[in-house]
Design a protein around this ligand. Sequence first.
Ligand SMILES: [Ca+2]
Ligand SMILES: [Ca+2]
Ligand SMILES: [Ca+2]
Ligand SMILES: [Ca+2]
Length: 386
Amino acid sequence: MNKKYKILIMAFLSILVLIAFSCTMQITPPETMRFLLKLNVYTNSITGGDTVVVDAKVIIQSITYSNYYEAKTDSNGTVLFSNLIPDHYNIQISYKSDPAIDKKLIITNATINDSLLYSADNDTVKLNIRASTKRFNSTLVISEIYYAGAKTIIPNYYYDQFVEIYNQTSETLYLDSLIIADVDYGFIDDSLIQSTHVNMFPGTGNDYPIGPGEFVIIAQDANDHSLYPVNSVDLSHADFENYCTDIGDTDNNDVTNMVQIHKKYPGADVLYSTMNDAIVLLGKIKNPYKWGYTTASNPSMYLPKWAVIDGVEYKDNTAYYDHKYLDAGIDGGITGGIPNYSTKSVERIIDHMEDDRVIFSDNNNSSLDFHVLNFPTPGYAQEVSE
Ligand SMILES: [Ca+2]
Ligand SMILES: [Ca+2]
Ligand SMILES: [Ca+2]
Ligand SMILES: [Ca+2]
């Protein structure tokens, strides 16, 4: 509890920049096809009008060629990157303001004036990014996902998976009828997500409160996985467990079962991918079956993106932006990079404290908001326990 931590007011943007070019992606384009990127970051000032964002960290990453560049905006809010190869780029902008001045200032979103950039012979591509400022207003967040599983003498142990939900607010909230789903099909621009596993909290309105600063654990199986040979987490006191009604799931009678809405494969409660997946928390939906299913023989279930309260995407390769499932409005980044069965998890970074209550970083970008833990922390945050 005594650990000092910095209050970081982060800002960031994740933008896929499409650059028009005519040659194939596999062959490095000739030297003549290079361009200079001039990127300006500005925002609405508190007094109105535009203000440039000085000293913002800008990272651009070429998707195909994995070229990585990092620089800070100058006193004009400008950064230059020269000799760039035409490609799809991911751009992240983070900004750490002085907490004494801007305690709650967060820059979360931006628009690009020209989303389609064109580069001819050694031209300059100009990109203006407007960042909007807002007050911190997150409610329920996914604070940790443990998906990697554990190494045992029998390999591939993943029954110890869990999702941790946290109430960032100063009010009591209710989990009744909220949904936890995964997203491992579909595309970033889709308005519907495609879910392999969909599970709903039981209750009819006010049955399952989550107090201010409270964690809730939803286990795949609410068992003690700490025993040899698994050596993982003890989830026998989890708050909820996923339960599959059709084939032989374990059922801890002391732990409330989630209501299974959909599973792609018979006999599965949840099995989140140990490599690439996204987990989303959705608000109350009157009829979750309304959007139907995909046409695959083992269908995925459609759910609307607008209902997502919080979402986190993870991949074994955290630079793999080519096939993101979640858009920047939910999660513009990627966390993970964890080996299978390593007993590691991903957890939100603590942003600051409010009245002894942890407030986790939530810029809707898991590349910035999450870090990797060597061992899961079900029901607490690592930095608080140290
Ligand atoms: Ca289960
Ligand atoms: Ca149970
Ligand atoms: Ca979020
Ligand atoms: Ca935790």
